[in-house]
Ligand binder design. Structure first.
Ligand code: GAP
Length: 516
């Protein structure tokens, strides 16, 4: 299947099965804003819980907070967001479409890279086992020519970013003859800066009202509470503060479903350390976060690190963990060494001393920070897109049929257990409800009696339920039920008493956390 088609199918599936709806859809939706439906909210809550417990439960030196979305406006001056949280944008005068100038150039560079890769792939096919790729890359004239083109543009691009040179970004777009994907023309406006923060008014009378911002990252709620938490929790460095919550960005190009939203959720942890130890901790958290991702079993080869080419205004080292989505590798999480930029600036802007006193060394200092920052919505899409499978299966002895199944990690599935009476009569519903009443305290269960058992299995496959429990006439005689396993379609007859033990092992968050 073409990957773009797969992307569209997953979006359609998420809507059809109650995972994600466009916001205010009856009014035709709101661009890049989405609502989570009845199944989506469960999956999202489970991912959040996996993150929270891995941070706060498993690390004795990490605690959580829940700061407000609105913050004093000076916060965003201190953090640098008022002056530096900008995207360079450019408009095409013919299509009236707006783009991020940096992304247009990066797409152009990617195309050159793809051309090189195509040459290499062709040569691999032609020469087979005897192929020497390194030699080919350094001697083939077309590869050399394209590599030179790439390097020239890349060098100019990085220098333009580093110097904040909007004119040069514009010139690169002209020189490389980048066209608008919609109109196909090169009729561009100049490149301008666009601040990504949403603002609103605090106070009821407009003349007295203050402009405040909807937070563009949750991190600042942690920095401004550093002293509160450190003192009241008697925290000793190194220690971390974790938080999950909404963040808002007025994204210019927001066309990638929940990968780029205007209102989204972050799960961030700021780890406060002694200056000079940041590279050690940076490596530590890179490894630890990658382990968290891989424990979900989505496929180790689907992840990679990507070092930032241009560091954010606050960082001295930064990388992304990228995941291979149906539309290619994209960032899911960022790990940043933020130095003492934030705490130092909050000290300057607030006039309050924000220091940590090390009693052993008998000295005070402004801690350095390693940040791990993951988008909950992106993580949701990571799990969902990876789980979506169309496959042909043998269906209860009949000919092979196609099914759509979400092979979600069982620990994260919105419904862990579907309890299904074979028919609506002969006291089977009553027996099934008895089982439901026993199981519902420990598991997320769903009871269903409508439609044929086959149809009900299909519906449960489509929402990723790992186990279906079927109650039939034998159940009334011997207290046994059938467990039907989602991925293998295997059926197993077990006594009702054994259900908690069998299910518990497979769906408990504990199993997942123990892998970390
Ligand atoms: N505090 C650091 C920070 O906010 P970031 O790289 O801008 O860093 C962190 O954002 C994570 O938040 C990203 O890795 C991504 O998963 C998520 N994220 C950022 N912008 C997003 C958007 N518009 N929509 C959905 N998720 C987003």
């Amino acid at each position: 299947m073409v990957q773009e088609d797969l992307f569209k199918k997953i979006i359609a599936h998420s809507k059809e099965y109650g995972f994600i709806f466009p916001s205010s859809e009856i009014y035709d939706g709101l661009s890049a804003v989405y609502d989570y439906g009845q199944n989506g909210v469960e999956l999202k809550n489970n991912i959040r819980r996996y993150w929270w417990e891995s941070m706060v439960k498993l690390n004795e030196n990490i605690v959580g907070i829940d700061a407000a979305i609105f913050m004093h406006p000076r916060t965003w001056e201190a953090s640098g967001h008022v002056s530096a949280f900008n995207d360079p944008l450019i408009d095409n005068k013919d299509s009236k479409k707006r783009y991020r100038a940096d992304q247009l150039i990066e797409d152009h560079l990617q195309k050159i890279d793809d051309k090189i890769q195509k040459e290499v792939d062709k040569a691999v096919q032609k020469f087979g086992a005897s192929f020497d790729e390194t030699k080919f890359r350094t001697t083939n004239p077309r590869v050399i020519e394209n590599r030179q083109k790439y390097n020239e543009v890349h060098t100019r691009y990085i220098s333009a970013l580093e110097n904040d040179d909007l004119k040069e970004l514009y010139q690169i777009i002209l020189d490389t003859e980048i066209v608008c994907p919609v109109s196909g023309t090169r009729n561009w406006t100049e490149v301008r800066k666009f601040n990504l923060m949403f603002s609103t008014q605090l106070g009821s009378v407009s003349e007295e009202a203050n402009t405040i911002y909807l937070r563009p990252e949750t991190a600042q709620g942690i920095f401004v509470n550093f002293l509160n938490v450190q003192k009241t929790g008697r925290m000793k460095i190194p220690f971390g503060i974790a938080q999950t919550g909404k963040a808002f960005r007025n994204e210019i190009v927001a066309r990638q479903f929940i990968l780029r939203m205007r209102e989204f959720e972050q799960m961030e942890m700021q780890f406060f350390i002694k200056p000079g130890t940041e590279m050690e901790w940076y490596e530590y958290w890179k490894e630890k976060r990658m382990k968290w991702h891989k424990a979900l079993g989505l496929g180790d080869n689907k992840y990679r690190f990507h070092d930032h080419e241009k560091l954010a205004h606050y960082a001295n080292a930064a990388c992304d963990i990228e995941f291979e989505y149906p539309i290619g590798f994209k960032e899911v999480e960022g790990i940043h060494s933020r130095t003492n930029f934030d705490l130092g600036n909050h000290e300057k802007f607030s006039g309050k001393k924000i220091q940590y006193f090390d009693t052993e060394a008998n000295e005070g200092f402004t801690p350095y920070v390693i940040e791990t920052s993951i988008g909950l919505d992106r993580m949701f899409f990571t799990v969902l897109s990876n789980a979506y499978v169309e496959e042909k299966v043998e269906w209860e002895g009949s000919a092979k049929e196609e099914r759509v199944v979400l092979k979600l990690p069982p620990e994260l599935a919105p419904v862990q257990l579907a309890i299904l009476p074979l028919t609506k009569k002969d006291s089977l519903p009553e027996k099934a409800r008895e089982i439901l009443d026993r199981m519902k305290f420990d598991f997320n269960c769903q009871y269903e009696e409508k439609d044929s058992i086959g149809k009900r299995y299909r519906r449960q496959d489509a929402i990723g339920t790992p186990f279906c429990i079927t109650v039939d006439h034998d159940t009334l005689q011997d207290n046994t039920v059938t467990i039907r396993y989602r991925d293998t379609l295997r059926q197993e007859r077990v006594t009702i008493d054994r259900l908690p033990e069998i299910m518990g092992d497979k769906v408990s968050m504990k199993g997942l956390l123990k892998k970390l």
